[in-house]
Write a protein that binds this ligand. Structure first.
Ligand SMILES: [Fe+2]
Length: 186
């Protein structure tokens, strides 16, 4: 948890440095590689700083949960997106939190609305989709996309899906510090 004297980026980077070497489920990248690739893709696309930070931190729920991989192995959904929301609330506003919170629902949305999206998912992502409730039906799909930040979540999701390349070269974590400093509330 943050203390009065700790800097937001220092606190977050300490967690990512300590836990980011973990596997990203069964994907061929670590949590750190995945976060850096996702944020880099957003940056290259010209995304706003808040969305770049959301991309960097969208899976922080996996890193603050010591049992994340065990739960996944048991076939349970640890609701990492809700854990991220609770955790990130201490520093950020909805422009960072909501795209991260909604990135799982964005997958359910894209499976329902984009022909070919499901087939493009990795086997691990197809598997987690089942645990997360499967594709949205028409009503849920419309309700989702009307939410504030749903479109940011859909963009985050597409970068998330692409951020699984074992050999991709990215800037280091420190490169993203200025985005965190620019959007943090405290
Ligand atoms: Fe992810």
């Amino acid at each position: 948890m943050a203390t009065a004297t700790s800097d937001t980026a220092d606190t977050l980077f300490a967690i990512i440095d300590a836990q980011g070497g973990r596997e990203y489920g069964t994907e061929p990248v670590t949590q750190l590689q995945h976060a850096l690739q996702c944020a880099s893709l957003a940056e290259q696309a010209g995304a706003q700083p808040a969305l770049i930070v959301a991309c960097l931190l969208h899976d922080i729920g996996h890193l603050i949960d010591p049992d994340a991989n065990k739960a996944r192995a048991r076939g349970e959904d640890a609701r990492h997106e809700a854990q991220a929301e609770r955790y990130l609330k201490q520093w950020f506003g909805p422009d960072v939190i909501q795209p991260a919170r909604l990135h799982v629902d964005a997958k359910r949305y894209l499976c329902a609305t984009d022909v070919g999206y499901y087939d493009s998912l990795s086997p691990a992502s197809k598997h987690s989709l089942e645990m997360q409730g499967g594709p949205f039906d028409r009503e849920d799909e419309q309700e989702f996309i009307a939410l504030p930040y749903a479109r940011d979540a859909v963009m985050l999701r597409r970068w998330d899906d692409m951020a699984k390349l074992p050999d991709a070269v990215t800037p280091p974590l420190s490169h993203f510090r200025h985005y965190i400093d620019a959007v943090k509330l405290r």
